[in-house]
Ligand binder design. Structure first.
Ligand SMILES: Cc1cc2nc3c(=O)[nH]c(=O)nc-3n(C[C@H](O)[C@H](O)[C@H](O)COP(=O)(O)O)c2cc1C
Length: 391
């Protein structure tokens, strides 16, 4: 299959699988422990059915959305993903540029390979920035300072990684630094010559550019990654880090990885502007519910006082439509964008966004939505059915 023959996100995943050695593909594709949450994220969407409305003029459908006061072309965007440069050199900037072309938010991870400075130079309106709390909070706060100086529109702080989940595919594949050249890794490399050529000619393990300033001068990519590994996760962190970030950042602040309604309320109390409901794509707590499972309860307690975003398992326009009906303003996805760029660079990321844009448009047509603000409980069969007293 070629990129132009891909018609959905499953096809993009197949293309990535053909481009990447197993150790790299599994790093993206895998979940934590037995990968139950990974599957649950997908299964959770099937619980909801959408009710179409017909004979509504939907010829000129608008999928534009306002997020934190800024207009974007579609109600979806790209979740933050670290070490993208390992999958294709320059991947962060390729996704950043593709997102700018589609006018959708791209959340750069602070664990990316290209820097936030470079991403802002390429895509100043659509690049948002994600940080983790670090053991030494001065690093977190310096990342905030840099984002502010660059005029980043939206800052996210991820809170769902107090410890790093046991990602068993990585353990079995021997994913570690420096990469050990076992016979299996060499065989994988030989079977994916394009990836291996790019990896070897671009200098091997990519530098985590956002972290370079915090390492000793002249530190190589491995030492910078070591520093990152010493500083994150920060298991002793508490809500105090969010308070410090809130003081340091006067723009829109979103807390990513919120699953419990009480935590959502705590974010509101501490002055966050939004939460991103997320179980980290099934990569952290394997017994977690699907993120769409907890969205209604979080929407209930928040009652419109913060903007709600969501990710984890979004692969179809219908998934996005369901999240909008349940109270999210936009849905994000991670792996499909990484698969797209791993398979075909910037064109691969564009293909992914194009597929989703078209699916959202078709869904809106089916549901009788001229605008995304028509999304609501009225389009959800399950809620309507309950209201009719039949459930
Ligand atoms: C390769 C990879 C790297 C990730 N790195 C980060 C990260 O640095 N920060 C973060 O908040 N989430 C990170 N995540 C989680 C994503 O932001 C997102 O929550 C998840 O991928 C969404 O699920 P989906 O991939 O099923 O769409 C990562 C996910 C993947 C697949």
């Amino acid at each position: 299959m070629r990129l132009d023959q891909a018609i959905n996100f499953d096809d993009i995943r197949i293309l990535a699988r053909k481009s990447l050695p197993r150790i790299a593909f599994d790093f993206i594709d895998g979940g934590v422990d037995g990968e139950v949450a990974l599957e649950r994220n997908r299964a959770a969407f099937d619980r909801y059915k959408l009710l179409p409305r017909y004979l509504v003029d939907i010829e000129k459908r608008r999928q534009t959305v306002k997020l934190f006061g800024y207009d974007y072309a579609s109600p979806f965007g790209v979740s933050p993903m670290g070490i993208a440069g390992f999958f294709r050199p320059g991947a962060d900037l390729m996704i950043a540029r593709a997102a700018a072309r589609f006018d959708i938010p791209y959340i750069m991870s602070s664990a990316s390979c290209d820097s936030i400075e470079a991403a802002m130079a390429h895509a100043p309106k659509t690049t948002w920035f994600q940080i983790y709390g670090t053991r030494d909070p001065r690093i977190t706060l310096d990342l905030v300072r840099r984002a502010k100086a660059l005029g980043v529109r939206v800052l996210l702080m991820t809170i769902d990684t107090p410890v790093m989940g046991k990602r068993e595919r990585n353990v079995r594949n021997g994913f570690r630094r420096p990469m050990k050249m076992t016979p299996s890794v060499i065989a994988q490399g030989l079977s994916r010559p394009g990836w291996t050529y790019r990896y070897l000619t671009k200098g091997g393990i990519p530098m985590m550019e956002n972290w370079r300033p915090y390492a000793a001068e002249g530190a190589n990519a491995n030492s910078v990654a070591d520093l990152y590994g010493e500083q994150t996760p920060a298991p002793a962190q508490t809500w105090s880090i969010l308070e410090q970030v809130r003081k340091a950042w006067d723009g829109p602040l979103v807390v990513k990885g919120v699953m419990h309604p009480a935590d959502a309320l705590k974010c509101l109390e501490l002055g966050a502007d939004g939460v991103m409901v997320s179980n980290h794509g099934g990569r952290q707590l394997d017994s977690a519910p699907g993120s769409i499972d907890v969205l209604p309860a979080i929407a209930d307690v928040i009652g419109g006082r913060m903007e709600l975003l969501i990710d984890s398992g979004f692969r179809r326009g219908s998934d996005v439509a369901k999240a909008l009906c349940l109270g999210a303003k936009a849905a994000f996805f991670g792996r499909p964008a990484m698969f797209g760029v791993a398979a075909a660079g910037e064109a691969g990321a564009c293909k992914v966004f194009d597929i989703m844009r078209q699916e959202v448009s078709l869904l809106m047509g089916q549901l009788g939505w001229i605008d995304v603000d028509k999304a609501g409980p009225d389009s959800l069969f399950d809620l309507l059915d309950r209201r009719m007293g039949r459930n």
